[in-house]
Design a protein around this ligand. Structure first.
Ligand code: F0G
Length: 418
């Protein structure tokens, strides 16, 4: 049996129920399995022979009919060993799990393949979300593939251009809400509560997080059935850190790995309610009215899954930290120039956070660390251009080019004669 279980009071809701929060106490839900049944199923399954992808882990998913799966070939992203970047961050063994390699360029595709498949299985015709950009791009693509109507709510004028272009070209109805992401999310929550025919696919929907937990599964499989010592990732609405922790703990419960990583969440200084609560030893977050950061993907003041995220950090013995916009941009540049990986600013916050925690003595040199870079750099080209050297312009004439490059005009031409 599969349930949607409340994380606070334990109330169970049916797997087919369209419900986004506990009907008894209003808290967050998570998908719960019968793990003995799952273990038995895995023993008979061919999953280990399938190639790395979200659907390699089909047995760990709450999907009823595999023929209904809506997929764009998500997952199977690279786990890059970063032998040059280690000089910048300090630790000796660093991997980057680069989620920009997904079909729409972010980790959201892992969640949407499962969430949109569930929408199809439930017979829904319209899907909605609020978004700082990537969720809307991803939902729009999967809705297009499934033939569903898609409506996305974004904060007016505040999302990166690449993401807006994606949502528009995939044919979503794009609604700009006057205000920030938190206002857009509040509106879409009200809309989906009032109009049950509109299916909500923000990360409050526990089905989406089931897809995202495969990020953890893949990391363990890529490390030869081992967990890293620590996973560092950006935190915005706090769904992803929660789903990774679920992925790791489920793998552990099922005997796939023998230890768990320390979950380490990074937030931008101007949008850091969770990191502040963790650093101050508080049990609850203080919502922020006006979140601000150049990393627009994580410009969020009231993360909806904060309770799950804080539970993940505390249970794992991890931590949380804040980074400035300057630190984020420096890390973005360093990652691109030392490893050839171009990620968007929010993603680079994981690298910046790792460097900061290492310098503070909170991360050991010998720890095996995986940083998750969550979205592709081309999502936000304006920032990349702003932080890079401008192109030079010269006439199409060899002398001008030599001058520009500092090459001597009288460089001898060597003629090889026999
Ligand atoms: N990195 C990127 C690139 C993101 O787009 C997001 C969230 C996060 C990190 C944070 O993940 O919310 O699960 O803690 N983007 C959402 C969106 C909010 O609407 O695209 P989280």
């Amino acid at each position: 049996m599969i349930y949607q279980t409340c994380i606070a009071c334990g109330e169970k809701h049916g797997a087919d129920e369209i419900v986004y929060s506990c009907k008894r106490c209003g808290d967050l839900l998570e998908v719960e399995y019968d793990y003995d049944l799952l273990k038995a199923k895995l023993e008979k399954s061919d999953w280990r022979s399938l190639s790395l992808s979200v659907w390699r882990y089909k047995d760990f998913m709450p999907i009823r009919d595999p023929s209904k799966v809506i997929s764009l070939n998500e997952g199977g992203t690279g786990l890059h060993s970063c032998n040059r970047l280690i000089n910048f961050v300090g630790v000796e063994r660093l991997y980057v799990k680069n989620e920009g390699e997904n079909p729409t360029g972010s980790f959201k595709d892992r969640g949407m393949t499962v969430g949109v498949t569930n929408a199809v299985e439930l017979g829904m015709k319209t899907v909605v979300c609020a978004s700082t950009g990537n969720t809307s791009a991803s939902l729009a693509a999967y809705a297009a593939k499934a033939g569903l109507q898609c409506i996305v709510f974004i904060p007016s004028g505040k999302i990166a251009y690449g993401k807006l272009a994606q949502a528009m070209v995939y044919g979503a109805k794009v609604v700009q809400i006057r205000g920030n992401f938190d206002h857009a999310l509040k509106t879409v929550l009200e809309l989906s509560e009032k109009h049950r025919e509109v299916y909500l696919l923000n990360s409050i929907n526990p089905y989406r997080l089931e897809g995202q937990k495969t990020l953890a599964h893949e990391i363990c499989d890529q490390l030869n059935k081992r967990s890293p010592d620590r996973v560092v990732l950006p935190v915005g609405n706090a769904g992803n850190i929660s789903s990774l922790w679920k992925g790791f703990t489920e793998f552990h419960k099922l005997g796939m790995i023998d230890k768990l990583p320390k979950m380490t969440g990074i937030q931008a200084e101007g949008a850091a309610p969770i990191a502040r609560a963790i650093k101050n030893g508080e049990d609850e977050i203080l919502p922020l009215d006006k979140p601000e950061t150049i990393a627009t993907a994580i410009r969020i003041g009231v993360p909806i899954s904060w309770k799950k995220a804080m539970r993940a950090i505390k249970e794992s013995g991890g931590t949380a930290e804040t980074v400035t916009d300057e630190e984020i941009l420096e890390a973005q540049k360093m990652l691109a120039r030392s490893e050839g990986l171009f990620v968007e600013p929010a993603s680079a916050s994981s690298i910046a956070g790792l460097k900061k925690l290492f310098e503070m003595g909170k991360i050991g040199k010998d720890e095996v660390v995986v940083c998750v870079t969550t979205g592709h750099g081309l999502k936000d080209p304006d920032i990349a251009i702003k932080i890079s050297e401008k192109p030079s312009e010269v006439d199409a004439e060899i002398g001008s080019v030599e001058n520009l490059l500092g090459l001597s005009r009288s460089m001898p031409v060597t003629v090889v004669s026999r």
